[in-house]
Design a protein around this ligand. Sequence first.
Ligand code: ZN
Length: 446
Amino acid sequence: MNNNFSFIYPKSKHRHENSDFFMAKTEGGDTVLVVSGPDMELFDGSSEGSKQKFCPLTVENSKTLRKLFSFTNPVSHKGHDITMGLGDRLGLASGGHIKAVCDTGAFPVLAQQSMRELNLTGRSYDDVLSSVVWAVFREGYTTGYGADGDHLKTREEVKYAIDCGFSMITLDCSEHIMPGSAASGVSSGISNDAAPGQIYLPAIEHTVSIYKEFIDGTNLDFEISLDETSFSMSPEAHLFVAKELHSRGVKFTSLAPRFPGEFQKGINYRGDLAEFEREFSAHAQIARDFGYKLSVHSGSDKFSVFPSIGKLSGGKFHLKTAGTSWLEAVRVIALTRPSLYREVHTFALANLPEAKKYYHITEDVTKIPDIHGLSDTEIHAYMDADDSRQVLHITYGLLLSAKTSDGTSLFRDRIYETLQKHEYEYEIALIKHIGRHLEALSLGVM
Ligand code: ZN
């Protein structure tokens, strides 16, 4: 490690007993933790004499840091009415996320990753949490954040997230919703008229068993995800599930129904706004009556429904975003390193059929203008058009894992290098873009 640092992050100075800590940017662009005093020996790193130690931002060092500074640990968001999931696939966005939400009254869930995202990015829950711990420490963000093991389906996955210190478990019940029913495969947005008991009972049983084994008696936030279905969930079905879970003693923090219309990744809402408002109001009323939050998944960029969510939720909701912060990263690459963007864009289009095995989108590639016809100063416009946004939104896993013939990364290293070099630009882009979400939800900076 190069110990010549060029910059000290002003809010990163913290003291623990007789030891001083701060974070610094080195000439190579990375940040390190610098420790002096008796705590030095607790961290791995390279000592400079006996006065200070330069420590890389490893998972192990982050675990040690969490023992010394309680504010770096994820906590429950019970008691916070408005909470926002801010997934960060690359592990570079939390600084921008913190700055975007810090004065808005929304409680941030800064670590939020599904198993699908972990697999596609080649990351671990330890790594996801560690990235957030360092960001929280660097920004001096002491007022609390959550960590969501998102869309977990099995007991092994739930155990994994809890063992890594996550404070929230989102149980994905999609595989337990009406298995084998004739209604499966109905096109999206269509309500299912079959009796809720027939459809949702297996999901309720699954929830009860996970609750009893892992959640009951803890302070974990527990979210029930019923949103990954091909049909929307009626308020009647929601009421049925809420009553059943209540009567079986399951206490949960939030529930995500499948709303009418389409919540596709990284683009605006598609559907009938009046119908959405009607159903959302009814769902929100049920959630209020039973004392939990309504959770909105795939909440990135749904600008046309944000005002309704802000207004009709009664000031109580959870909203999850993730891919949109990756798209802002791609925007920064397009603006600062157009040659890399051109390669990324061409690869994403060529590998789209593979990515569509994991994500449902309705892009029309014929509408995407040929990149050879655009100048370097124009290509960032791809990030403002739905079809190209969707293509880049869902190909992140393939882009990050692509290798050259000699086994080195095709894009990953250059993507990280570019974003670390343009850390400030990425932060500004996130403050602006997440800020637009918050304003539309009536959560502008107070
Ligand atoms: Zn979901």
